[in-house]
Every structure is written in C-alpha cells, then in structure tokens.
Design a protein around this ligand. Structure first.
Ligand code: CA
Length: 222
C-alpha cells in the first residue's frame, strides 16, 4: 500500500514514515501542500495522511484534490481537539488520527480505510490457487501462507491485478519504491527473481516482457 504522508514537523514525519514502512507500507513523506501536489501529479497512492496546519496552508484544502484522485484521506488532529476532528470529517476526510500517532493504530486505521466498500481495490484478489488479501497484507498459495517481503508482496499484488495483462516496468518501480529512493534496474530484477522462485512450486510463473514489464501466468515455465 502506497501512502502519502503530509506533515511539517520533521521528527513526527520521519518517525511515522519509518514506522509505517516497518509495518509494510510504502510511504512518500512531504512537509508542504506544494510537495503533496507534486507527488499526486506523478504517483498513485492508496491513502493519504494529512496534517492541518502546514507552512503553505490548511491541510483540509487538499481533500478535494485527493478525492478527485480517488485517494482516501486520514486527517491528523491534535489530541483531544474535538472541533478539529469534526471540521476534518465535515470537510470530507474519511477518518482522523490523533497526534502524536500511535503507529499500530495508524496502521490499523489505514488498513480499515482500504477495506471499506467503494475503495478502488477489492479486498481479496484470487487467481487459481492464489489468494491475496490487500487489507491483511497476506497472500496464500494452495492455502499455504506466503512469507513475502514488502516489495515482493507489492509486486505480486500488481501482477494479480493486471492478470492476464502485463504490468509496465515504470509502474512497478513507482509502486515498489518511494520517490526519494534510487532504484537500480538490478534491484527490480532481483525482486522479480525472488518472487518467481516463491511462486514456481505453486504452478505460477512470471513472464519477462523485455523492456516492457512482467506478466503473471498460471502454469509451468515453458
Ligand atoms: Ca503542522
């Protein structure tokens, strides 16, 4: 799950971003509305966490743009400030989270948000003997849980969503890595290769479309 975090307090931003990444999310963390606009122009996000008091304006002003991109929003509010919370929800926020964040609660609220009806992705993707729960962040092959790294899981999700089509390499790169991480082509190949090995015993293989991307196919590797 790719999260956009907008928070101008550096310590909190770094803490929340690293905490969410340890809990399986990919996070782009930015300090201003302007930087959030830039991110939304180039990347797709599954949810956003929006602080209200930002150096270049009120965080709630971002909600209509997030809605146009189909990105559900959690508004961050100060502890105990009921009016803040009401204003956020009235302005179209999907949920709120109290600062400073309890990271386990924040992760749970994000998962709950992404499970709600009306969100873009179905909660469970299934193809043949493969099942992937996008909310629980778990995949099973022949009912056996797959122990996958965060990026292997994200790649598997993209491949399943695209079946029987090809996932474009740039999209994989965009979804597996945040904007400020440099990605070598070898790193992507290594993730594909690890996932390919994990899926082969279950009768799935990942076709390489040279220079274009990858496709998940049911069957033996030819
Ligand atoms: Ca602030």
């Amino acid at each position: 799950m790719h999260i956009l975090l907008i928070e101008d307090e550096t310590d909190l931003r770094v803490l929340a971003a690293s905490g969410l990444e340890r809990r399986g999310f990919a996070v782009d963390a930015v300090p201003t509305l302007a930087a959030a606009h830039d991110c939304l122009a180039v990347s797709r996000f599954d949810a956003a966490i929006v602080d209200r008091r930002l150096p270049d304006g009120e965080g709630l002003s971002l909600l209509p743009l997030l809605a146009r991109h189909g990105v559900p929003a959690l508004v961050a509010t100060a502890f105990g400030d009921v009016e803040d919370r009401i204003a956020g929800l009235d302005a179209g926020a999907d949920d709120y989270v109290v600062k400073p964040y309890d990271l386990d609660e924040l992760a749970a609220r994000l998962r709950a948000l992404l499970r709600r009806p009306g969100q873009r992705q179905p909660p469970v993707l299934a193809q043949g003997p493969m099942r992937l729960d996008t909310g629980a962040q778990q995949a099973w092959l022949n009912d056996v849980p797959l122990d996958l790294g965060r990026r292997e899981f994200a790649l598997l999700r993209l491949l399943l969503e695209a079946m029987p089509g090809v996932v474009i390499r740039d999209i994989v790169q965009d979804r597996l890595y945040t904007l400020d991480e440099a990605v070598s082509p070898n790193a992507l190949e290594a993730i594909v290769s690890r996932l390919r090995k994990r899926l082969a015993p279950g009768g799935f293989f990942i076709e390489n479309w040279r220079g274009i991307g990858w496709r998940l196919v049911i069957g033996e590797e030819p």
